[in-house]
Design a binder for this molecule. Structure first.
Ligand code: ATP
Length: 707
């Protein structure tokens, strides 16, 4: 490790300067150059038939002798520029000194004990000035031979012709390109292969240095963590994280542990090893970690739980080791693992897939690294998850993630602060847009939802051709995010429209007349997203829910179907979403929350998440039947109650439904005009509905869909 540190330091100090040692280093690329040269040499020195070429230039006098001796086997005329004259084996074997310039036992161009033409192409090269002249010279020799062979002999014409044919020197004509044009194909393809080889090799090296790229296959065991340090920093600071004050204090303390460890250790305390950020999606856990990276001024390794997994076995564990090795080299530093549940799920066997060995190995390695024999001084782990309940208990114990920091959905004041952060860069109408008002309109929204509203409002205002974003743009953005895009063009027949109006009016009426139903804000039958109509509520921000509150909510969920039944005498498919939610709530009441008298104070909730993979139920067949029965009874009772309420108020329901059918959107005060003031005061955080709803503002956090 010390070695690695030193190399790092050396790299930093020599940045921009040339390393004096670098000259001495042997470059591996020289091997390629030598290889290439060798290939070219072999290629040029050999021929296609595997023999070596040996040639000597010759003048006409000597060539004349060779030809006259008939020592040549072949004459080739190349490109009508020169001739190659090949010598017979017998001529060499004869030991004629004339040929010593090519063949010589004591060191000619070609020297061997066994002189053999099998091994070489030995030739003379004669460069003539003019091909025709050369041809004529050969012709003259041929004629001389003919005269010698026929003079004074009584030969028939046929015999004469045979002698002439025998004496004919038939040079073969050959066309040859130059060396480059002949060999360019081979050279280019060889060069191309070498270049490709070098490029791939370099990419592999770079890939392995970065833990990815084409070298991924070779660097698969390397950690994929992104490193933020003083050279590469995130520009997120704690000022960008609105609210979350308690969480901020905790993470700031972690930064302080790293910077001033003595302050804590001198009293005998130990520095915590890790902190887990737990909370619902979009509440700013990752943002908080980014702010730590921005503020801590210590190296910060950031990666996601899924970065450990790969298709290869053993990679996860190897990446964990590599991550900790890198981190220890950079200590003091912080490691941040987002979505740690991807690897941190509780270990155990399940019948469906067996144990997930690879993930468990990764987790085991993580546990070992966090609390193993090796010293991790100066490395603090931060992790984020939505599901701390399914994490392995060993991961959560003190000594690993000593601290759990809960990041909750923002409260009214926090929402206001988040709006302020995200509206900093927006051009909005300051006279009408008020962050406090917007915060009141968005209970149950996460920081990510609020960031989305701000962005969406700017897009809506731009679509409307406005110069600044108005209040209505914000409110429309809220509606859009909750319910989806308005689909005014959807074709709905008048009969369907009437049924939808009655369905939604049913929800509104029942919830108006029940004490614990969520406070209503508006009802609409304009199709939006997947829904054909919706009743919009503001859910009360409460920490616990009573049995009666749950029952009232189920009753108002079934109000839509009840209204259809009472009015039309039959029911439709439009209640699918209502039924699904009502069933889920009733099942949760019976199975998990112990809110049913017959099942009693029992809960079959499995916080480890293992039961999701299990074929076995934690209860008997008999209990399963009772659960089914009780869920059914609860829902039927709720439906009966909804029918009762609506039958008692059938006239008012009719008025409300007709008003809704005609106006398409009705507000809280319209319901109040028909049903009279609500008996119970709505406990809505920060809203005084009677005053504020007059200006037709919409607000919501929960949509009842009517598909
Ligand atoms: P998940 O669990 O789904 O990963 P998360 O809790 O990590 O979600 P972030 O990714 O941190 O959520 O937040 C998403 C976005 O929401 C941020 O980029 C930011 O724009 C906005 N946001 C969330 N909380 C806050 C906050 N407290 N202040 C300012 N912006 C916030």
């Amino acid at each position: 490790m010390a070695e690695q540190k030193q190399t790092n330091k050396a790299k930093q100090t020599n940045k921009g300067k040339q390393n004096p040692n670098s000259k001495k280093k042997f470059s591996i690329y020289w091997i390629y150059v030598v290889l290439f040269a060798a290939i070219v040499f072999l290629w040029t020195s050999g021929t296609k038939d595997g023999k070596s070429n040996v040639s000597r230039e010759v003048n006409w006098e000597k060539l004349q002798k060779v030809i006259n001796n008939k020592d040549f086997s072949q004459i080739k005329v190349i490109n009508k520029e020169y001739a190659e004259i090949f010598i017979k084996q017998e001529a060499i074997s004869r030991g004629d000194t004339m040929y010593n310039d090519i063949f010589k036992n004591d060191g000619g161009i070609f020297s061997s004990d066994k002189l053999s033409l099998d091994k070489l192409n030995a030739s003379y090269v004669y460069k003539f000035v003019d091909y025709q002249d050369f041809r004529e010279q050969l012709q003259t020799i041929e004629n001389q031979w003919n005269v010698q062979d026929t003079l004074g002999k009584d030969l028939t014409e046929l015999q004469k012709q045979q002698i002439i044919a025998q004496n004919r020197i038939n040079p073969t004509m050959e066309k040859r390109g130059g060396f480059w044009s002949e060999n360019s194909g081979f050279l280019i393809s060889t060069l191309f292969l070498i270049v490709m080889w070098i490029v791939i090799f370099r990419m592999m090296n770079r890939g392995s240095a970065m833990g990815g790229g084409i070298g991924g296959i070779f660097s698969v065991g390397k950690s994929k963590a992104k490193l933020y340090d003083k050279d590469k920093n995130t520009n997120v600071t704690f000022a960008d994280v609105a609210g979350l004050e308690e969480a901020k204090v905790e993470v700031m303390e972690i930064v302080d542990f790293l910077k001033n460890p003595d302050r804590y250790t001198k009293l005998g305390g130990k520095i915590p090893k890790g902190a887990l950020l737990v909370g619902p999606p979009g509440t700013g856990k990752t943002l908080l970690a980014k702010a730590v990276a921005g503020e801590a001024k210590v190296p910060f390794f950031s990666l996601s739980g899924s970065d450990f997994t790969e298709m290869f076995v053993g990679v996860g564990a190897s990446r964990v080791r590599d991550l900790f090795n890198n981190a220890k080299a950079k200590a003091p530093c912080i490691i941040f693992i987002d979505e740690i549940d991807a690897i941190g799920r509780a270990r155990g066997k399940n019948i469906v897939g067996g144990a997930n060995d690879e993930r468990e190995n990764t987790l085991n390695q993580l546990l070992t690294e966090m609390d193993g024999f090796g010293s991790n001084a100066g490395v603090i782990m931060l992790a984020a998850t939505n599901r701390a309940d399914i994490l392995d208990k060993a991961l959560l114990r003190a000594g690993r993630f000593d601290r759990q920091i809960y990041v909750e959905l923002p409260e009214l004041k926090e929402r206001e602060a988040i709006f302020k952060v995200h509206m900093k860069n927006l051009k909005f109408d300051e006279s009408e847009v008020n962050t406090a008002f917007l915060a009141k309109q968005t209970p149950g929204f996460s920081g990510a939802d609020i960031a989305n509203i701000c962005n969406e409002s700017a897009l809506i205002a731009a679509r409307r051709g406005k110069q600044v974003i108005g209040k209505q743009d914000f409110l429309d953005a809220v509606d859009r995010i909750v319910g989806g895009l308005e689909k005014k063009s959807k074709i709905i027949s008048p009969k369907e429209k009437e049924r939808i109006a009655y369905h939604e009016a049913g929800h509104a009426s029942v919830s108006w007349l029940l004490e614990y139903a969520n406070p209503l804000l508006k009802v609409t039958i304009v199709p939006r997203g997947m829904a054909l109509g919706a009743a919009w509520y503001i859910p009360e921000e409460r920490q616990i829910t009573t049995k009666q509150q749950m029952l009232d909510q189920i009753i108002s969920l079934l109000g839509g179907r009840a209204s259809e039944y009472i009015t039309f005498g039959d029911v439709s498919t439009g209640a699918l979403n209502d039924l699904e939610r009502a069933t889920q709530m009733a099942t949760a009441m019976v199975k998990y929350y112990g809110l049913d008298d017959k099942i009693g104070n029992r809960s079959y909730y499995d916080s480890t998440g293992q039961s999701e993979y299990s074929f076995q139920r934690p209860f008997s067949e008999k209990t399963a039947e009772i659960i089914d029965e009780r869920v059914h009874e609860l829902l039927e009772d709720a439906y009966k109650k909804a029918c009762e309420i609506l039958t008692e108020n059938k006239d008012k329901l009719k008025l409300l439904a007709e008003l809704l059918r005609d106006k398409e959107v009705i507000f809280r005060e319209d319901v109040e005009n028909i049903f009279g003031p609500r008996q119970w005061e709505d406990n809505i955080e920060g809203i005084k509905p009677k005053e504020e709803n007059n200006n037709n503002e919409t607000s919501n956090a929960e949509v009842k869909e009517n598909k």
